[in-house]
Design a protein around this ligand. Structure first.
Ligand code: DQA
Length: 143
């Protein structure tokens, strides 16, 4: 079993950008946690990040063959990208949406998510722990 963990624009700066909102853990820390949890659940993980919308779309297409589930923090693309939504609609397995911050407590433009129209579950405001929670849920969804 393989799960793709996709991360959108600016998340390469996780741990450095606006730590008061996103905390001090880096994407490498997130990857280490997800790898460890994956081992527990017999799930191979592949964590990827891009600042480019088309790259995220391409990885979702790749996941159609290579993965059984997707965990995605689309970052700003959450609120803008019909292309990411359409790509996810072409993926058959479970899709879990993660936001580090509580988007509903923030600017109103963050309240709408295109990706939520496809996601089987949404986690927001649990910090980077949200990725670990999503991994646990994947463990139940991909027995
Ligand atoms: C985010 C929330 C988005 O609104 C924002 O554009 C991000 C990160 C989060 O993880 O809280 O870049 O997805």
């Amino acid at each position: 079993k393989t799960v793709y963990i996709l991360n959108g624009p600016n998340l390469n700066l996780l741990g450095k950008r606006q730590p008061e909102i996103y905390g001090y853990d880096t994407l490498d820390d997130v990857e280490a946690t997800c790898t460890r949890l994956g081992e527990e659940f017999g799930i191979r993980t592949r964590l990827l990040q891009s600042n480019w919308e088309g790259q995220i779309v391409d990885w979702i297409h790749e996941a159609r063959e290579a993965a059984q589930g997707i965990i995605i923090n689309p970052a700003a693309l959450t609120h803008t990208s019909v292309a990411v939504l359409d790509a996810l609609n072409a993926f058959d397995g479970p899709v879990l949406e993660v936001h580090i911050s509580n988007v509903h407590k923030r600017e109103s433009f963050r309240h709408h998510s295109y990706v939520s129209l496809r996601a089987d579950g949404v986690i927001a405001g649990f910090g980077v722990e949200g990725y670990a929670l999503a991994m646990r849920r994947m463990g139940s969804l991909l027995p």
